[in-house]
Write a protein of this length. Structure first.
Length: 630
């Protein structure tokens, strides 16, 4: 569907959650290290129930979540402590994390607060052992420039990461505590985004700014985006958990389409004078002789219940997003009661349900041609809860687009998660003292070079091509590259980038313990290489040796491979001998003899001395010889 987003009044805002690459967690000294759940050495469980916030209101989202009482099981490790287990109070706020958050705030032209107060945000899905997430407001009212104009940055908060969900079962959820407490920044833009492409551009720019600090974690799951979207007559919907930048455009596009079609459906329903009956009818008898496998399975101890939606025929089956219908929205709500889904007459006969059964069903419900009957087959109580939820959603279809928190789906669609949380969800964390941020501290913040600027500088300063310059400017190896180039002025920049970005990666794939290769190894390696003592083609095998025997100097590692063992004096002897024997040829060709003679020398020394070094010496000696014979 191609829509005019300006005419629709599309407004979108992004909320980005980015993990920071600190040594310790936000409120304890544990490492920010992800673990294999198999290494867990302790397990405990909790139940969480909704509490009243200081406003005295039980949160709507919180209530919905605990309709299903679940047991939360937590896996702990030798790298987790009693703070993550919620058995000890949090420590003081991690200053390293705060410093990175301040840098990011400044890069986004934000106003930094004078004092940080740690607050508790209620979380009842069990992803925090304490039942809340700690959060600190760091800065407000910033902006970034975009092709669609200035986009406001409303808030930047420093927060604890939630525990990672490992398994979701009917009666319990298993979480892993390794991720809990890793510092993250939450950045919320103003709803200044005006089109799907604009959303993508802003997300890309924010990501680039965050990575430019060199202080953020990389890889899947370390950055997550939520998107707030509304159209003029629609409603604010928050779509959570977008991990891929590529999806942002599609999500905004498809949500705008969903709201647009839902508004069309509402208009049509009003025109038809449609209504929603809240009478739930047991229609189990209709299916007494059914051969539908789905119904038969549900009928083992269960019932078939139904409701009638006068005037809804044809609209429940109407597509609102690619492959998703109004009926899918009903079904999402129904599933919250634990049922597998719903049936509606817009899609029947189907699933082994016959035309005759559909007719009997309509009769039992007193449904007219323009009506749509919805039914659920499951344990009676569950089916009743499911249909009650459908009734609420069907009423909303007549009145408005519901404000919801939705879950991003991999195809750019989204599914219902819970109502949009209210604002009354915070109260002060009394265990953590406030942190003052002085004028001086803000003044002393050094802003990092943006990745875009760095790339341009690398092309200028090191004559790297655009691809390599961009690659190393974005890379986690960027600081290492800078160090090597500073310590080894003669190093070949292209060779250094290829080694860091390709050779090391390839070795890692061969299970070489590349973590053993330290900065010092690389500095030595490129020193030798720039002096012509190591041929380029030997770099991989030398690094492999260094990784396996990190205690060896690179020189020794090379020697153990028979590389660079030829002393310069030996090399000179070989070259002198070749020159002596080819003197006639040299006299005839002059300096043009260097190329052919290279081959002769290389035959003896290939892989032991670099071609560059042989060529240099050969040229030098031949020039001298030619001078003397003139
Ligand atoms: Zn800890």
């Amino acid at each position: 569907m191609s829509l005019d987003y300006r005419a629709l009044g599309l407004k979108a805002g992004l909320e980005i959650h980015q993990q920071l690459d600190t040594k310790e967690k936000l409120f304890c000294g544990c490492p920010t290290l992800l673990r294999d759940v198999k290494e867990s050495n302790l397990e405990f469980f909790r139940y969480l129930r909704p509490t009243q916030s200081e406003m005295g209101v039980v949160d709507k989202a919180a209530l919905e979540e605990v309709k299903l009482t679940k047991r939360f099981i937590y896996k702990a490790y030798d790298t987790t402590c009693l703070v993550e287990n919620d058995e000890e109070p949090p420590r003081e706020l991690n200053q390293e994390a705060l410093q990175y958050a301040l840098v990011i705030a400044r890069m986004l032209n934000m106003h930094i607060v004078d004092e940080l107060y740690t607050m508790r945000k209620i979380v009842i899905d069990g992803s925090n052992t304490s039942g809340f997430q700690r959060t600190d407001l760091v800065a407000t009212k910033g902006f970034l420039e975009s092709s669609g104009g200035r986009v406001g940055i409303d808030v930047l908060c420093l927060e604890e990461e939630a525990a990672q969900k490992i398994e979701d079962k009917v009666d319990s959820v298993i979480y892993s505590l390794d991720r809990l407490g890793i510092p993250l920044v939450e950045i919320g833009t103003a709803p200044d985004i005006v089109s799907p492409a604009h959303a993508r551009e802003v997300a890309e720019k924010l990501g680039m700014i965050l990575r430019s600090t060199g202080r953020v974690k990389r890889g899947i799951g370390t950055i997550r985006q939520d998107i707030n979207i509304s159209i003029a007559e629609g409603a604010r919907v928050e779509i959570k958990g977008v991990q891929e930048l590529d999806l942002i455009e599609a999500i905004v596009e498809q949500e705008a389409a969903r709201q647009f079609v839902l508004l069309e459906i509402k208009k049509e329903l009003i025109k038809r004078r449609a209504s929603v009956s809240d009478k739930i009818v047991d229609v189990t008898h209709v299916f007494a002789n059914t051969s539908s496998k789905v119904i038969l399975k549900a009928l083992k101890g269960g019932s078939v219940l139904a409701i009638n939606l006068p005037g809804f025929a044809g609209l429940v089956g109407k597509e609102i997003q690619p492959g998703r219908r109004l009926g899918t929205e009903f079904s999402d709500r129904a599933k919250k009661s634990g049922v597998g889904g719903i049936f509606h007459t817009d899609e029947l006969p189907n699933y082994g349900i016959t035309e005759e059964e559909v007719r009997a069903l309509r009769n039992a419900m007193g449904a007219q041609d323009g009506d749509c009957v919805i039914m659920v087959a499951d344990a009676k109580e569950r089916a009743k809860g499911a249909l009650e939820a459908v009734i609420i959603r069907a009423r909303e279809a007549l009145e408005c687009i519901p404000e919801e928190t939705r879950r991003a789906l991999p195809d750019g669609n989204s599914a219902y998660m819970r109502p949009l949380p209210g604002a009354a969800r915070m109260y002060p964390e009394t265990d953590v003292p406030p942190v003052e941020i002085t004028e001086e501290r803000i003044r002393n913040i050094k802003l990092p070079e943006l990745i875009e600027e760095r790339k341009a500088r690398y092309m200028r300063q090191f004559k790297l091509n655009e691809e390599l310059a961009g690659q190393i400017a974005r890379s986690q190896n960027m600081p290492l590259f800078e160090t090597i180039m500073a310590k080894v002025p003669g190093a070949n920049p292209t060779m250094v980038v290829r080694t860091l970005e390709t050779t090391l990666y390839e070795l890692e794939k061969e299970s070489v313990p590349v973590n053993n290769i330290k900065e010092e190894h690389l500095v030595q390696l490129f020193k030798l290489q720039s002096e012509g003592r190591i041929p380029n083609e030997a770099i991989g095998s030398i690094l492999k040796t260094s990784a396996n025997k990190p205690e060896l100097s690179v020189d020794k590692a090379a020697q153990s491979l028979g590389i660079g063992v030829v002393e310069t004096s030996d090399l000179e002897t070989v070259i002198d001998k070749v020159i002596e024997s080819k003197m006639d040829f040299i006299k005839e060709k002059g300096l043009n003899s260097v190329g052919p003679l290279m081959g002769v020398v290389m035959k003896d020394l290939r892989g032991k001395v670099s071609g560059q070094e042989i060529s240099r010496l050969l040229k030098e000696k031949i020039s001298k010889k030619l001078d003397t014979v003139k």
